[in-house]
Design a protein around this ligand. Sequence first.
Ligand code: NDP
Ligand code: HSE
Length: 437
Amino acid sequence: MKPINVGLLGIGTVGGGTFTVLKRNEEEITRRAGRPIRITRVADRDLELARRVAGDGVALTDDAFAVVSDPDIDIVIELIGGYTVAKELVLQAIDNGKHVVTANKALLAVHGTEIFEAAQKKGVMVAFEAAVAGGIPIIKALREGLSANRIDWLAGIINGTTNYILSEMRDKGLPFADVLKEAQALGYAEADPTTDIGGFDAAHKATLMASIAFGIPVQFDKCHVEGLVGLESVDIRYAERLGYRIKLLGIARRREHGVELRVHPTLVPAKSLIANVEGPMNAVLVHGDAVGPTLYYGQGAGAEPTGSAVIADLVDVTRLHTADPEHRVPHLAFQPDQMADQPVLPIEEAETACYLRMRVADQPGALADITRILADNQISIDAMLQREPDEGEDQTDIIILTHRSIEGRINDAVLKIEQLPVVVGKLTRLRLEDLDK
Ligand code: NDP
Ligand code: HSE
């Protein structure tokens, strides 16, 4: 059968992995797709690198626009990254009637609405399995496998760099800055690690998953983002003593009047499966009303794991290439005219349990003042820990775990507690999720 022709834009880490796996498993992939999938053109700024990876037999160019306008190309894979050239290339490919496969979560989380609308108008597919959690087929699971369900919530470790940093901080008791340097030396964290440690990469992925889970437009600008900056090893240790681990989670939760969408360091029960996802691994927990909790685990990055997801999309697009556009799976799982207008709620309306750490003067009545403020704000205490003051020390740490409460109430209580004369400095506040319902 006639091969389907693919143009690859960017043959770096993921592009290289995609090329290698497609070649290695060509026969198996053809048996699945029903026809051969051939990368016939590769564009990369570095032609030497492209030649080394792709070898002879593939047309190479440093002009990616020449590939998206090539009439012989059926599918364009965008693996350049970023928002500028990548966006132009994707929109031009769509305009030229080509299907697009991309791993570019940043692009889709910010410009997804425009890109999916353009694809819808042209009757082409934009597939993005590789954009969330690398090799884990979470987009497929959310979009198709769980389509019977009303999704209640999802929570994921969706950034390998930060999960590696948190695992090392806990294992070795090292401070954040030291572990970050180690992660950079090992190649997990970029030279400029802002996107990862600032939580933005996880927020891009959480935004995409929320859209597919709830059928809402892609709204990265509404996602509440807190990264690892400022997280102290002492909190990892106290959390451990209370039976919790700290993970950077991307969370999307359906509420009565809207949807919560947030990324932040989160205490999760140490015995839960997700708490035991260590190093650079990823995992996503999805709760559906019919299926209950489901968990997806695997490598969230890397050449071949991410290439695996890119190729799964190539196979899907190849199979559906000749199908009527209305018979294809919608980009965001729900039919475009059935998207919900549920708002993304402001973080003040989020409902979470909390971990509060405060330094207080070790004197009678200190705790009573604090608990009174919590009670006045209708915040109920779940557990408490007080550090034994060292010999001669007149201050101590108090750690309080609260039950679920509205974030706005916690904010108010934190401000009032910080104003108490017995409290020294600022409180440390982290969110806590039991992830059991
Ligand atoms: P790389 O930087 O390794 O590869 C990108 C390649 O594209 C480089 O060879 C680069 O060349 C080339 N390139 C850049 N601009 C152009 C251009 N204008 N025309 C032609 N080629 C160009 O990136 P990755 O493979 O790591 O990432 C690709 C995408 O996949 C990104 O969107 C990323 O977020 C996503 N992703 C990456 C994962 C990973 O594990 N790395 C996992 C999941 C998603 P040069 O080096 O000269 O700039
Ligand atoms: N920087 C990302 C991570 C790569 O650390 O998980 C995969 O998207």
